[in-house]
Design a protein around this ligand. Sequence first.
Ligand SMILES: Cc1ncc(COP(=O)(O)O)c(C=O)c1O
Length: 325
Amino acid sequence: MTLLHERFPGADLPHVVLGGRPTPVRPLQSWGPGVWLKDEGEFGEGGWGGNKVRKLEWLLPEAHRRGSRTLLTVGGIGTHWGLAAALYGAEHGIRTVLGLVEQPVDDHVTDQLRRLAASGAVVHRYPSVRRLKLAAPGLMLRHRDGLRPPYYLPAGGSSPVGTLGYVDAALEMAAQVRDGAVPEPARVVTAVGSAGTAAGLVLGLRLAGLSSRVVGVVVNDAFRLDGVVIARLANRTVDLLRDRGAEIDVQIDASDLDVTHDYLGPTYGATTAEGERALEAARAEGLELEPVYTAKAFAAVRDLVPTSRGPVLVLNTHGPRRVRA
Ligand SMILES: Cc1ncc(COP(=O)(O)O)c(C=O)c1O
């Protein structure tokens, strides 16, 4: 039983446990007083995991509920999300088909492509988002299970069902605050690649009654990502919860969170000097970040700390550095 189930007893929310709870919190001493980490890298089997796995805990049972044995989802060619869907999906009898768009290739992306090839996912590559969109109806037809179309998931698994993962994670964070494991953060910082993590956090923190403000660090310019988009996803998640029998009366507004595009750099996937510096500084704390998401979120933390009136907690949403053999 998750904290979300405890919060909404009787709600019909199928779930499978893929990671151990709670994920650890600890101070990042060398980053200054009041800087805290919640390490989502510890979520998932064999130390492989992160935010994608929190979403899959709700998405994989939803696929079964719909009678789907194929997931179709999209991302960049270095997609962490697509790899997580392929690996965890395979363990739960679900095949993953990926429509992937080219992005800047570095060693990390090359490694990802190798892992994707080994994962059993069916991969289709496109030169642009436009070409992927044009191809999407054909992919839906081509990868039917009999007459049933694949279960389509947006980039990052950021549908309302996937977003439940971070509503639950926020309730977990609030329990850690109550237990004294971490002070109540003034700000909770996360990378924003498709909005599900940030939307779930905003909603979950509100449900938990914490006044922590989410700071979303946008790392993706492939589609619109701002407070309005994140609030809309949070509100669609409220609708889903209500449809599934939860007694919930909450409305999230764009002004309920802060969103910055200042750390994106030239485009999705491009490394930035601030990101590289944050990556080095995190290493001193025994933390391996990756350049596309977490390095940029941590770069924002370095700038936020001097102006923050209270603790700053940053999420290590975790890229795949350690992969099961
Ligand atoms: C390591 C990492 N951090 C953060 C994110 C962004 O989370 P979201 O897509 O929920 O905005 C991702 C997305 O896949 C990711 O791989």
